[in-house]
Write a protein that binds this ligand. Structure first.
Ligand code: CTP
Length: 445
């Protein structure tokens, strides 16, 4: 197995000083899968002070000294952690204490999944006491030892199992998934930030539908608002799936790796069950986008997303269901509301939503989205007026005509609508005429 130079340097220096040292965890897993590891972690029998002694010439940060982790600044930061066994877990989150051990096997035994519990050094080759390689080859996420114990120690591992199964496209071993379901209530003790991080990694890292369907109760543990969508039949020609399966199909139909886009898709129909009405032989969900946008923002705030992502997802949910009609004016108005930068994301959401519906008029719906996007590009390329600031007159011009207070904004908005509708040109004279006409009407002249 090839390992980066800085990692083999650290391992061989520790070995030369009489310590055991290995690359460990995710990097070994990823290398065996032929993937580029995100980062390389080293574990060693040396305690932090000894590690420092072995690298007097390297800058070292005490990143997690209590847990035995220091970071060597060598071609980026490399975390070097002393072999350890965790003490008792009090709260499904973190051990009350950790203690160091000279024993690699004890360190590997405390790790979460077999595929994450392998170590490697050039000297020893791969050390795999729990069948990690076999599970990698078979595509299985399985806990090291008893699943209840592993999940009982750190409930976040329940979401890690879900995330790894999504990003690696693996199945979850039956006893592992049974324990995930059995202990899912412990997820309530995990901080929103950690929950969010795992959710986002899953959403942007692979196809969520198979596992999010099977383990829907785990998903509902972190977003209970999704539960009413489970099995909620849509009873319209536009849909072939219940609301939840439709939502997941939409998430998987979108290639974007932007978390807010994936969250928008996950939450876009969340208020459908609440807004359901059956009329004239078909289901209707009037108002679900606006109500869903508010709910999506609430959920994302609870999960401690950043404000920019919340605002973006809220907007995408609010406008996901706009019926495109094919004309330029509608696209200009929509661009005004959504903003230039986010329009491509809205089109991506609309496409994914459509692909997750039934085939009824699908080609027509997709063609309207394509036409909308073409119109949007045309508007940008020709800098067509789509905002008050792009209008050839401003507030001062309206005031000079004798308009005042709220009339000024209203007049400018009317002018902008007339321009976007193609009724008048975005030229000063035409706009001043338009505003003067409005004044006459409003002042009953
Ligand atoms: N680990 C664990 N239990 C956790 C978190 C981590 O046992 N709750 C162990 C696993 O052996 C894991 C290693 O610590 O491989 C490193 O954790 P981390 O960097 O969070 O995950 P990776 O497995 O490296 O995967 P990724 O980088 O994709 O998150």
């Amino acid at each position: 197995m090839e390992i980066p130079e800085n990692i083999s340097f650290i391992i061989s220096r520790l070995e030369a000083a009489g310590f055991a040292a290995y690359a460990v965890g995710g990097c070994v897993r990823d290398r065996l899968l032929g993937r580029e590891p995100k980062d390389w972690d080293v574990c060693t029998s040396a305690e932090p002070a000894a590690v420092k002694g072995v690298f007097p010439d390297v800058k070292i940060l005490d990143t997690g000294i209590k847990h035995g982790t220091v970071t060597l600044l060598l071609d980026g930061g490399v975390e070097v952690t002393t072999f350890r066994v965790d003490g008792k877990y009090r709260d499904s989150r973190r051990p009350e204490s950790v203690s160091f051990t000279p024993n690699l096997m004890a360190d590997l035994a405390r790790r979460d999944f077999t595929v994450n519990a392998m170590a490697y050094s050039c000297r020893t080759g791969i050390i795999d006491p729990f069948g990690g390689r076999e599970d990698l080859a078979a595509g299985i996420i399985r806990t090291v030892g008893a699943a209840e114990e592993r999940f009982g120690e750190d409930a976040l591992r329940i979401l890690r199992a879900l995330r790894f199964s999504v990003t690696l496209g693996f199945e979850i071993a039956p006893e592992t998934s049974a324990a995930m379901l059995g202990l899912r209530h412990n997820l309530g003790r995990i901080s929103a930030e950690r929950v969010r991080a795992e959710l986002v990694k899953a959403l942007i890292g692979g196809k969520v539908k198979p596992q999010f369907m099977r383990l829907r109760e785990v998903v509902a543990e972190i977003i209970p608002e999704l539960r009413p969508c489970f099995g909620f039949e849509q009873r319209t020609v536009h849909h072939r799936y219940d609301v939840y399966e439709h939502i997941l199909t939409a998430v998987d139909s979108c290639e974007s790796r932007e978390p807010a886009v994936k969250m928008a898709l996950l939450l876009h129909d969340i208020m459908k069950p609440a807004m359901y009405k059956f009329k004239n032989g078909s289901a209707h969900f009037k108002g679900h986008p606006a109500a869903g946008a508010k709910k999506a923002a609430d959920i994302m705030r609870r999960l401690k997303f950043d404000n920019k992502s919340i605002a973006l997802a809220e907007k995408l949910v609010r406008f996901h269901d706009v019926r495109l009609r094919g004309g330029l004016p509608q696209i200009l108005k929509l661009t005004r509301l959504v903003g230039d930068d986010d329009m491509p994301l809205l089109f991506a959401v609309m496409r994914a939503d459509t692909l997750a519906q039934s085939e009824y008029r699908r080609a027509e719906k997709l063609a309207l989205i394509d036409a909308g996007e073409a119109n949007y590009r045309f508007a940008l390329a020709h800098d067509l007026c789509r905002s008050l600031s792009g209008l050839a007159i401003g507030g001062a011009d309206a005031a000079e005509l004798g308009l005042s207070g709220r009339e000024i904004g209203a007049a400018l908005n009317c002018c902008l609508n007339a321009v976007m509708n193609g009724k008048i040109k975005n030229e000063r004279a035409a706009l001043l005429d338009c505003a003067a006409e409005l004044k006459k009407r409003w002042h009953n002249l």
